[in-house]
Design a protein around this ligand. Structure first.
Ligand SMILES: Nc1ncnc2c1ncn2[C@@H]1O[C@H](COP(=O)(O)OP(=O)(O)O)[C@@H](O)[C@H]1O
Ligand SMILES: [Mg+2]
Length: 390
């Protein structure tokens, strides 16, 4: 029986694996199954820690292997696959095969395959299969390098952002705190006119609200993990929910609706995150319009014919002065803020992250004929997963 077609298919699948988990499933699942090999283990080389990590089936985060701790359940190996050739090593225990995963940057991991049944006395693979297996390994190494490198990048970006954020918080909190402390002190001493007492109490409340907002924005931005709490609802209902939330959270803005989303398309989304993205955009519109004004919210369903998943397009357009020219390029970067006393510059960064977590896009549209800023959200609405057959 020829395994070539299956191995060639796997070589392609390896390159297309969307994440580390998917890649691991191919290497420790589909691949050994092709050879009827019952067990396989994937070890990842962590170049920062200089040690291997194990990725167990079903896990997405590799676990470091530490000397002296309980070992990794890997098949015992006697053979080494090198450059398409199966080499026999001496003195080893089992009949498994070590497959080093070498990428441009060097070793990125090791696949340990168990013994293939029925080939006990011979080399574990035919020549042709060994060569194809090498191709799979090379591609897997390439894909692995990309995934691991991406993970490092995300982590270091997050650290840099966190550092900047801690500095910003320390700086921005100090002012309001000093004011609050001073006012609270004078209130405690008595002797102030009733009007003045009320004014100072109002100011304290206002400042605390501001600190609260800054904390929420910062946490939204810094929060670890980007998991979505998806819930299934009708796309039309989703739009209504977002509109209702805007009316409640940004009450001084008059919402002008133009909804063209017929019922009957299901959306599996994190409603809360999408609501917050919209609220951040609307709050900016309110600020830009000096506290009051109109916000045009239009909603439309795109595509959805044939195999293509439908997309929801939302446009939020205000009647303010538009986004200042000098920050247009960096508008969605964290900490970019202009012309506000209490701006954190995180509102749009958070909004974009929430939308992108759904595989969607958030963009500022080019200035139209009239004044005002227009933001567009496009959200793919993949069909919700059907329940697996029992
Ligand atoms: N609708 C809008 N009209 C004009 N300027 C806007 C609008 N939305 C955002 N901006 C500009 O973009 C900046 C960044 O917004 P954001 O990320 O929400 O941070 P923040 O609101 O805390 O400043 C704002 O400070 C403002 O200058
Ligand atoms: Mg904002």
């Amino acid at each position: 029986m020829s395994r070539s077609p299956a191995l060639r298919r796997l070589a392609d699948e390896v390159l297309e694996a969307p994440d580390l988990g998917a890649l691991a499933r191919i290497l420790t699942g589909s691949l050994p199954r092709t050879f009827a090999i019952p067990e396989a283990t994937l070890l990842l080389w962590n170049r920062k820690l200089d040690r291997f990590e194990a990725l167990s089936p079903g896990e997405t985060r590799p676990r470091p292997i530490r000397p002296g701790q309980d070992g990794v359940a890997a098949p015992a190996a006697r053979f080494l696959l090198a450059d398409g050739e199966v080499l026999e090593t001496s003195g080893a225990l089992g009949d498994g095969v070590l497959v080093p995963l070498m990428a441009r940057s060097g070793l990125v991991g090791m696949l340990v395959l168990g013994a293939a049944p029925g080939r006990r006395k011979r080399k574990p693979f035919r020549r042709r299969d060994a060569r194809l297996l090498s191709v799979v390994a090379t591609r897997a190494a390439l894909a692995l390098e990309n995934h691991l490198y991406q993970r490092e990048l995300i982590e270091s970006e997050r650290m840099a952002a966190l550092g900047a954020m801690a500095g910003m918080l320390a700086h921005d909190f100090r002012g309001p705190m000093t004011v609050i402390r001073g006012y609270a002190e004078t209130l405690g001493q008595g002797g102030l006119e009733a009007d003045e007492v009320r004014r100072r109490a109002d100011l304290i409340v206002e400042m605390v609200d501001r600190l609260q907002r800054m904390t929420t924005d910062t946490l939204d931005f810094a929060r670890e993990g980007r998991r979505l709490a998806r819930r299934i609802l009708d796309a039309a209902e989703l739009v209504e929910t977002i509109a209702a939330d805007l009316a409640e959270q940004v009450p001084t803005v008059e919402l002008v609706r133009d909804f063209r989303v017929p019922r009957g398309t299901a959306a599996a989304v994190d409603v809360d995150k999408l609501r917050r993205a919209a609220v951040n955009i609307a709050a900016n519109a309110r600020d830009a319009m000096g506290g009051h004004g109109r916000l045009h919210l239009s909603a439309e369903l795109l595509g959805g014919h044939g195999p293509e998943a439908p997309r929801l397009r939302l446009v939020l357009a205000d009647e303010g002065p538009g986004v200042p020219q000098e920050i247009r390029d960096r508008l969605f970067d964290p900490f970019v803020t202009r012309g506000k006393k209490a701006g954190t510059g995180l509102g749009l960064a958070v909004a974009r992250r929430f939308v992108e977590d759904h595989g969607g896009t958030l963009e500022l549209l080019p200035e139209a004929a009239g004044p005002g800023a227009r933001f567009r959200i496009v959200l793919p609405l993949p069909p919700p997963p059907t329940n697996p057959a029992p």
